[in-house]
Design a protein around this ligand. Structure first.
Ligand SMILES: Cc1cc2nc3c(=O)[nH]c(=O)nc-3n(C[C@H](O)[C@H](O)[C@H](O)COP(=O)(O)OP(=O)(O)OC[C@H]3O[C@@H](n4cnc5c(N)ncnc54)[C@H](O)[C@@H]3O)c2cc1C
Length: 86
């Protein structure tokens, strides 16, 4: 995840087009974040779902990242179009 973000940022700094790399970084980082938050809730069991602990908030916050600024489905369309040259 970090490598995808840093390499996209490096290309951007060089003035290169990062349509594909940016979409890949956004897609992977947001989905990994959701997976990590889900695991945290799994580990905590019921406590993970209550508002007594911050992990339920982490899940809602990171899930938003899969939706805002282009949903994961849309990122996949962007990436495939870049790879297929359409
Ligand atoms: C944190 C956050 C910040 C936001 N900030 C802004 C902002 O500053 N300005 C702004 O204008 N909006 C903002 N939004 C709104 C955001 O851009 C939209 O929620 C997002 O584009 C999805 O649109 P929608 O909610 O209408 O879902 P829909 O477009 O109705 O999509 C519903 C579902 O269908 C899927 N889908 C839609 N079209 C396709 C397709 N062609 N192929 C496959 N799947 C598809 C989507 O991936 C999604 O899973 C923000 C959202 C969030 C969560």
């Amino acid at each position: 995840m970090r490598h995808l973000i840093y390499s996209a940022a490096e290309k951007k700094d060089k003035g290169e087009n990062i349509t594909k790399e940016g979409a890949m970084a956004k897609l992977y980082a947001s989905e990994i974040g959701t997976r990590v938050a889900m695991r945290a809730i799994d580990i905590m069991g019921y406590d993970g779902l209550t508002e007594d602990f911050p992990v339920e908030r982490y899940l809602r916050d990171i899930k938003l990242m899969e939706i805002g600024e282009g949903t994961s489905e849309v990122q996949r369309i962007v990436i495939s179009r870049q790879i297929l040259g359409r």
